[in-house]
Design a protein around this ligand. Structure first.
Ligand SMILES: Nc1ncnc2c1ncn2[C@@H]1O[C@H](COP(=O)(O)OP(=O)(O)O)[C@@H](O)[C@H]1O
Ligand SMILES: [Mg+2]
Length: 261
């Protein structure tokens, strides 16, 4: 069974960066193979991974619904979807990527979604690790059927709005009764004087309000920011990148506590 790590948080806090660094480190230090799932319609997971998406699961769903009555002779809906899913999968060296595209929305395309989810669960079994980059509503996580999530990482910066979003995500995970073994908070875009400026008490209070245990902090990293500005992938970060080193430490904690190897 793939060891599954999901990343969530308010837009702009660094979810995709953290998810991308985790994917890179799982490949470089733990040998992969990794399935990266882009479950945020606004995301740039493919960019940080240096991959190109031709077709999303959302597009496959829409096309299937349009074509369901005139599929080629002898082709069942299940076969059409299984083949389509293979086409959505971006394959590269040790890292494959699946982009969910548009969410399922309020309408029930139950038959199609059910088959798609079954195939996605089957596909996940081919990998040692699955890393999900989620939107704040956790739609994709709430709709997973058979696969548990080993660790949910909620990313935030020290901004009160981002921390409130982290608290909301934590509550949502309860409400949706997500099958998540562990949840942690990651603080991103940290600077040395953050605690001094805020005062230790206020700092602790803000963290406590999220209801999450802090697993680690990632500093502001000029190199991460410059790559993103140039539209370059995180694979180009040098091993000395402070953000990458911080994520490496966090990942090691997760794998030690969470049962991965
Ligand atoms: N630790 C960091 N240091 C410097 N820049 C960062 C850091 N984390 C994220 N960024 C930058 O902030 C922007 C938003 O990050 P991103 O990961 O896309 O956020 P999200 O996926 O939560 O919307 C990107 O330009 C990214 O390069
Ligand atoms: Mg993102």
């Amino acid at each position: 069974m793939a060891f599954t790590i999901a990343v969530a948080g308010k837009g702009g806090v660094g979810k995709t960066t953290v998810a991308g660094l985790i994917v890179r480190l799982l490949l470089e230090r733990h040998g992969g193979p990794v399935l990266a799932i882009d479950a945020d319609p606004n995301t740039n997971f493919h960019q940080v991974l240096g991959l190109k998406v031709e077709r999303t699961i959302g597009e496959l769903r829409e096309e299937t619904l349009k074509r369901i009555k005139d599929l080629p002779p002898g082709v069942t809906k299940d076969q059409y979807l299984e083949y389509g899913l293979q086409q959505c999968l971006v394959e590269s060296n040790g890292i494959d990527l699946l982009a969910m595209g548009r969410g399922e929305g309020p309408f029930c395309y139950c038959a199609v979604n059910h088959v798609l989810r079954r195939y996605m669960d089957l596909l996940s079994k081919n990998y040692k690790y699955v890393v999900l980059d989620n939107e704040a509503g956790l739609e994709h996580l709430s709709r997973r059927t058979t696969q548990d999530v080993d660790v949910l990482l909620v990313v935030s910066d020290m901004n009160p709005v981002a921390l409130q979003a982290a608290a909301r995500i934590n509550r949502l995970a309860d409400e949706l009764q997500l099958r998540v073994r562990k949840r942690f908070l990651i603080l991103n875009n940290m600077s040395d004087n953050m605690r001094t400026r805020l005062g230790m008490e206020a700092f602790r209070e803000r963290l406590a309000q999220t209801g999450l245990d802090l697993i680690g902090e990632i500093p502001i990293d000029e190199m991460v920011w410059s790559l993103s500005l140039a539209g370059k992938p995180l694979s180009e970060l040098p091993p000395t990148s402070p953000a990458k080193l911080a994520v490496k430490e966090i990942l090691e904690k997760i794998l030690r506590n969470g049962g991965g190897s």
